[in-house]
Design a protein around this ligand. Structure first.
Ligand SMILES: Nc1ncnc2c1ncn2[C@@H]1O[C@H](COP(=O)(O)OP(=O)(O)OP(=O)(O)O)[C@@H](O)[C@H]1O
Ligand SMILES: [Mg+2]
Length: 427
């Protein structure tokens, strides 16, 4: 053991090292323990800020304990030893002080960076969602297009067949006379139904444009009554009504018929156990159009659940079992009504029934006749005899039937297969 030392150089002697070693070891253990606790706090609890103060406190305790041990051990220490401890204490305090001061700024920057990152992530998620919606819409549009093409090609072929049937029926009627009138009428009605079906196919295919004209709705509905009764079946009691003096509306009569048919079909599908189907046309008004009409189709069926009410106009949305619904009925209604400048609304209560209301603005335009259809009796037919007609038709059966029908009317008929042949003939 050495006597008291007064200079730094003396610290290097063996005696001093022996003197320092037990105290230094305790100090070192405490320092390591303090650091370990600090690291643990940072790692386990994320208490970075508090951990720094904890570390500082432990270092102070460690250094203080070192000094206390040194003064109470009964041994004597050099000034250099005290200087070294003070220096360590000062260095640790300054370093931790600086870290603590800057910690808040760093923490704020980190928080800002986190918020920016979160904002960007939300923006990205919104973009991804937008893209997914657009992709879904594209897929739906492609599906519609595919159905449209199929419908258009089917409608075209069926139309040719029906034209042949119509032509031949007229010829049969002419040749066989009154005796076949009843049968011909039945066949004509069937052909008309088939024609209505092909028109629906053409409409859905989007190949046919909405052709509005000034129309009185009440007669159109009245004309539909028989067809609707046979469509809806015995379990549905059909009630058709219209208020007097309804103004005219600019509508495509064919599309109106199809829309009402679609709504009536839905209504009866919803009334498995039967019920009343009411189709009513009434006066209405909207903020933009004080003069308007409303057509309501009301049933007493199962109703529509609120969670799907917003989807029913979407093309291909259906709750019916496979093969019983394509989900295009209300899509046609929506396209027709909005395409005619009107609005459509569905009110439904589960277990009580549904009302679909189509509202159309009145039109001031006038038509040649009330329904925009030419009244055959009122129009004097010009004499056909001696007139020449050129038929351009690629389907041989349609060509023959049309040619025979027109010849029977006294027309001179020329028949060609395509446009080049027709042009050659005209030259
Ligand atoms: N009157 C109604 N009562 C109850 N649910 C209805 C009614 N009208 C429509 N819906 C619901 O809306 C869905 C979509 O109707 P929409 O007419 O577009 O297609 P669909 O009837 O299923 O098939 P499609 O008309 O092409 O044969 C139906 O499947 C049904 O769930
Ligand atoms: Mg339907």
């Amino acid at each position: 053991m050495s006597s008291q030392l007064t200079d730094f150089g003396a610290l290097r002697s063996d005696g001093d090292r022996q003197l320092l070693s037990p105290v230094s070891r305790v100090g070192a253990y405490l320092s390591v323990g303090a650091a370990a606790v600090a690291v643990l706090l940072i790692w386990r609890r994320g208490l970075f800020g508090r951990a720094i103060y904890a570390w500082l406190a432990f270092v102070l305790v460690a250094e203080g304990a070192g000094v206390w041990l040194s003064t109470h051990s009964g041994q004597r220490y050099t000034i250099a030893w005290y200087m070294a401890r003070a220096e360590g204490l000062l260095a640790n305090s300054v370093m931790l002080g600086v870290v603590a001061v800057h910690f808040r700024a760093v923490q704020k920057r980190l928080t800002d960076a986190y918020l920016t990152l979160q904002h960007r992530t939300e923006q990205l998620q919104a973009q991804v969602q937008k893209r997914e919606t657009a992709e879904a819409q594209l897929a739906r549009a492609q599906k519609l297009d595919a159905v449209g093409r199929l419908g258009a090609s089917l409608a075209h072929d069926l139309n040719n067949i029906l034209q042949v049937l119509t032509g031949r029926l007229a010829i049969i009627r002419r040749r066989a006379g009154e005796s076949v009138e009843g049968d011909v009428q039945v066949m004509r009605r069937s052909v008309k139904k088939a024609e209505a079906l092909t028109r629906q196919l053409t409409l859905l295919s989007g190949r046919r444009r909405n052709q509005p004209r000034p129309l009185e709705v009440a007669p159109v509905l009245a004309e539909m009554e028989d067809a609707l009764r046979s469509l809806v079946g015995a379990h549905c009691q059909l009630h058709l009504s219209a208020e007097e003096g309804l103004p005219r509306v600019a509508l495509d009569p064919l599309e109106l018929e199809i829309a009402v048919t679609n709504l009536a079909t839905n209504a009866c599908d919803a009334m498995n156990l039967g019920g009343r189907l009411r189709i009513h046309a009434r006066h209405a008004s909207t903020p933009d159009h004080p003069q308007a009409i409303a057509i309501e189709v009301t049933d007493e069926g199962e109703g529509i659940k609120p969670e799907i009410l917003g989807k029913v106009f979407e093309p291909f949305f259906t709750t019916k079992v496979r093969g019983h619904g394509t989900g295009l009925g209300l899509a046609q209604v929506h396209a027709f009504v909005t395409g005619s400048g009107g609005t459509v609304q569905v009110d439904s209560e589960v277990g009580r029934g549904t009302t679909v209301t189509m509202v159309f603005p009145a039109t001031t335009a006038t038509a040649a006749t009330a329904n925009g259809r030419l009244d055959a009796a009122a129009v004097e037919r010009p004499p056909l005899e001696g007139k020449v007609v050129l038929i351009v038709e690629d389907n041989a059966d349609v060509r023959d039937a049309s040619s025979q029908l027109l010849s029977a009317e006294g027309l001179a008929v020329r028949v060609v297969e395509d446009a080049p042949q027709a042009l050659a003939l005209l030259d």
